[in-house]
Design a binder for this molecule. Sequence first.
Ligand code: ADP
Ligand code: ADP
Ligand code: ZN
Length: 212
Amino acid sequence: MAMDSIVLFGPPGAGKGTQAQRITESTGLPQVSTGDMLRAAVGSGTAVGLEAKRYMDAGKLVPDNVIIQLIIERLKKDDAKGGVMFDGFPRTIPQAEALSQIAYVSHVISINVPDAKIVERICGRFTCKTCGFVYHEVFNPPLVIGSCDHCNETDFKKRADDNEDTVISRLEAYHNQTSPLAEWYKSKGILCEIDGDRNIEEITQDILEALN
Ligand code: ADP
Ligand code: ADP
Ligand code: ZN
């Protein structure tokens, strides 16, 4: 029996990945991040990675056919049988239409953050090199500075595209191509809007309530 999937929706830097990491245990749904999948493909130099890299470096959306194919393959894996938590997908109407053919989405959680807050969030972002946990230099540092809260790793990394130049293009892509999806999902009655301009724990609580 296929179970419900949920979508975490919002601008770059809204906190989708941060919240996904915090609710994956309570929901039992694995996080499916197209951004993480694309970075893995770039890292291993696959054909998909080579094609995707130039879009990612420019802060543009990777073509729909590439993304949809990645998702179709991902949903074939055993751990996706009970539904998944999509993070950063869908980002266009054609992606959402494709998704509606292959999975049942019960909730779209829209994490709303004003543009003015996005640049500082993205420019301060870094992740654990081993477990991928997301931190922020100012807003969400590890409890013990220099050591991951979850796996004690002392090595961290920053994304090449997390700089002020690409953030501007990524926000533009968000407003032009992605934000119309909010209305689309609202008209289907499954959009839950969450104020993402608060502290991380409050947002997590609201999301868990919306899912109940
Ligand atoms: P952020 O949430 O900070 O924008 P992501 O890790 O979700 O970052 O995405 C990084 C980049 O990967 C995007 O700028 C875009 O080029 C590409 N990407 C990720 N998901 C998608 C998608 N669903 N459709 C098109 N491009 C995508
Ligand atoms: P997204 O997946 O939507 O691109 P992330 O979860 O990677 O966003 O968060 C972007 C950055 O903002 C990270 O450095 C993260 O630690 C930080 N962040 C996430 N949520 C909040 C919040 N509620 N308040 C302040 N900073 C946050
Ligand atoms: Zn770690």
